[in-house]
Design a protein around this ligand. Structure first.
Ligand SMILES: Nc1ncnc2c1ncn2[C@@H]1O[C@H](COP(=O)(O)OP(=O)(O)O)[C@@H](O)[C@H]1O
Ligand SMILES: [Mg+2]
Length: 399
């Protein structure tokens, strides 16, 4: 297992998550699935794992929707990938050969018709892609093809389509997609979408919330404590990085959130330190402070920091910064009232605040989905930083 920081991992570099993968596959047996969680938590890596070892008899298709800004591009990618997959040499599945000997041919026909598609007409007219989309759906249903579409970063795609083609196009897309899912729910084909930026928030902002509520939603969890300790041990051993078991436990205490990427970062920083012997607790503290929280190589925290400007409007960004600045110094976390008073301090006039009534909710929601915040589910439901490393990075940045 090599140290990998950032891009999705696969094969030997994928630390096995059998319980999580099992949950995803079980959910897919009965429903279409939304697999959600902040960026860099390991969603794409899980999809790659499913791609490599799909459930018996299933054909998995992985499509990254991040760059797509039209429904046509999405449909074309699905058709094209299905065709490529089925043309691969090897024993052919019965559903491909027996039930519909012309499956591939029909896919090709839809593809050819689809490749001539013009961009969608102006709002109000029915979408030009509709006929091809329905034909594709009909084919999937008729042949009961056991295909699992793994659609990565679905909400980013929705945002892009909204920006490029308008809200009506997203509405047509979401309505078609929901009808397709309902049509297929008692058939073999399955859709799984992932989202790093809060699928519900994106859809709610477009006023289209009911179009996704049939998804079985699964949030990606961090590693368990035992998994995290074993992952550290394996990663250190395979990369000749000295580390003891108590050292591993200390790392987990320091990070305060056992996400694979954070563990990778830590082991990579120990490697950089080029120690002859396993680091002591004091050395680990120093590596954490100077390498992870303050180090120039750590793009994770810096990236999270600069991202705020990209995802928020200037006024939302200011609110987010004030919230994070207060929160990184609040050992017991902050309550809803605390957030309200931060908002009130920034926008003192009640009339003005009322104009941006949902601003605070939106910012809190986005920070949660971005992996910054974690809210307790009980009691006062106080909110904390999702990991110590981000908290300590903010302390340092704003001191
Ligand atoms: N199962 C895993 N095994 C090893 N590293 C992982 C695993 N899952 C996530 N990672 C780490 O997290 C990083 C981001 O993973 P990725 O799958 O791209 O996340 P996401 O798709 O949620 O943004 C990887 O570069 C790797 O460092
Ligand atoms: Mg991803």
């Amino acid at each position: 297992m090599n140290i990998k920081l950032g891009p999705p991992v696969s094969d030997d570099n994928f630390y096995p998550r059998p319980e999580l993968i099992g949950r995803i596959l079980r959910a897919l047996e009965h429903a279409h699935v939304a697999f959600l969680g902040p960026r860099r938590t390991g969603k794409t890596s899980c999809l790659r794992h499913i791609l490599g070892t799909p459930p018996t008899g299933y054909v998995p298709i992985l499509i990254n929707l991040e760059q797509f800004d039209s429904v046509e591009a999405w449909l074309r990618a699905m058709l094209e990938q299905v065709r490529l997959e089925l043309e691969k040499p090897g024993p052919k599945a019965p559903w491909l050969v027996e039930k519909s000997t012309n499956f591939l041919k029909r896919i090709e026909q839809i593809t050819i018709a689809g490749s001539g598609l013009k961009l969608s007409p102006a709002a109000g007219k029915s979408a030009a892609w509709r006929a091809q989309a329905d034909e594709f759906l009909g084919l999937l249903k008729e042949t009961n093809a056991p295909v699992i579409f793994l659609l990565d970063e679905f909400p980013v795609f929705l945002n892009l389509v909204a920006r490029k083609r308008g809200k009506e196009e997203v509405e047509a897309l979401l309505n078609w997609f929901r009808a397709a899912r309902q049509d297929l729910v008692n058939h073999a084909p399955r859709f799984l979408v992932t989202g790093s930026i809060g699928l519900k928030g994106v859809v709610r902002r477009l006023g289209l919330a009911p179009t996704i509520n049939d998804f079985d939603t699964l949030e990606i969890p961090p590693l368990s404590d035992a998994e995290a300790r074993d992952f550290l041990k394996t990663l250190a051993r395979d990369n000749a990085v000295p580390l003891t078991a108590p050292g591993g436990r200390h790392i987990l205490r320091l990070l305060g959130g056992p996400w694979p990427i954070l563990l990778q970062l830590f082991v990579s920083e120990i490697r950089e330190a080029q120690l002859k012997k396993a680091p002591t607790t004091a050395q680990l503290d120093r590596i954490y402070r100077d390498g992870l929280v303050g180090g120039p190589r750590n793009e994770y925290c810096a990236g999270m920091f600069t991202r705020l400007k990209d995802v928020f409007s200037p006024s939302e960004c200011r609110l987010a910064q004030e919230i994070l600045k207060a929160l990184c110094r609040a050992d017991a976390g902050l309550s809803r009232e605390d957030f309200d008073s931060i908002h009130a301090k920034l926008v003192p006039l009640p009339e003005q605040r009322a104009l941006h009534a949902d601003e605070l909710d939106y910012v809190l929601d986005a920070l949660k989905h971005d992996g910054y915040l974690r809210q307790e589910s009980e009691g006062e439901q106080r909110t904390h930083f999702a990991s110590h490393i981000l908290r300590d990075f903010w302390r340092r940045k704003t001191s």
